[in-house]
Design a protein around this ligand. Sequence first.
Ligand SMILES: Cc1ncc(COP(=O)(O)O)c(C=O)c1O
Length: 408
Amino acid sequence: MKPIYLDNNATTPIWPEVLEAMLPFLSHQACYGNPSSLHWAGREVNAAVERARQQVADLIHATADEVVFTACGTEGDNFALLGTMEALASKGNHLITTAVEHPAVLDTCRYFEQRGGRVTYLPVNGQGLIDLGELEAAITPQTVLISVMWANNETGTLFPIKEIGAIARRYGVRFHCDAVQALGKVPIDVERARVDLLVLSGHKIGAPKGVGALYIRRGTDMVPYLHGGHQERGLRAGTHNVPGIVGFGAACSLIGPRLEQEMQRLQRLRDRLEQGIRLGVAEVGLNGHPQQRLANTLNLSFPFVEGEGLLLALDMLGIAASSGSACTSGSEGASHVLRAMGASDMALNSSVRFSLGYQTTEEEIDYVLEQLPPLVERLRQMSPFSSPQDEDLSVFNCPVVECTIDDH
Ligand SMILES: Cc1ncc(COP(=O)(O)O)c(C=O)c1O
């Protein structure tokens, strides 16, 4: 059996059509100019960058001049949050976000707090959703920005973006949305969602690592992120990553016509995986919203099994998945997302995320379903927690190794 990759929320393989589109821009024979140069070599490359900008804009129903290329989603989140708060500092210094954002947002918020800003971190319920009444109640005259992700990277839970956008509009507050996990998995329309700032990343959708984009609604105040050149209308200086940008554009143009059909296929496969695991393994818990969730994402807890141990055992069978949390709840490594959702120590320690991709096949899912139940059974037999009464994880057997937190 070929290795099976079920970690597509971490990153995706580059699609063959994307690679093909990129190759001329990696060649020494053609398409090597600097897109800022005015001569023939620059002009043809500049045209390719602008074509890619249009392709990205088309997928999110924006106009090309609202798309700024970045190096990654993390940069986009930093840029959107800090650039807005600085641009609108005279209005106020309050930002509202959620407790389950990616660290690209949460750590930027903490940095902003260290510099004197005020941040409200909205709590979530057991399915990972915020209360819109609480969001509204948190808005003050000093509130400048609301930042809520479109889809959570660990659980796949989808936030009600349109409703949040409507609230932001009603109060005259900017709305930033981290759509890194949503792109290519749900239809995105920046007009309907009423977002002012939207963050995207190429490597989650079959484009290479090292390229992303920030959508900035026309007329939105923004302070430049990088200084030192006139690129990206002076908002983000630096010579463009041309092959990456061309690949990102190609991936966006491939997704458009395939999105709906592919998501139906992935949901069927994801549900097959979930149902098969539930049939083969007792006491499995779902982390995230059962319906309002990305079609490709399945985050499960396997009580009485140490999640990291299960991942290593799956890896030995050639199956790549990931954990949302790895060590005891008291440690730094436990998933902040599951913790915010009120997950028990047992759930925190035994969670595994399977994220399917455009390349995932039914045979692969069936192979996982063959291998996983006996594996869980074996690990449970080895676990000191052999019975459901042993819920006390203070003695849970978490290895004394650096634990990994999955932030993808
Ligand atoms: C929700 C979310 N936001 C931001 C990022 C960061 O994106 P990048 O890896 O392109 O920096 C990720 C990546 O895992 C993500 O899942």
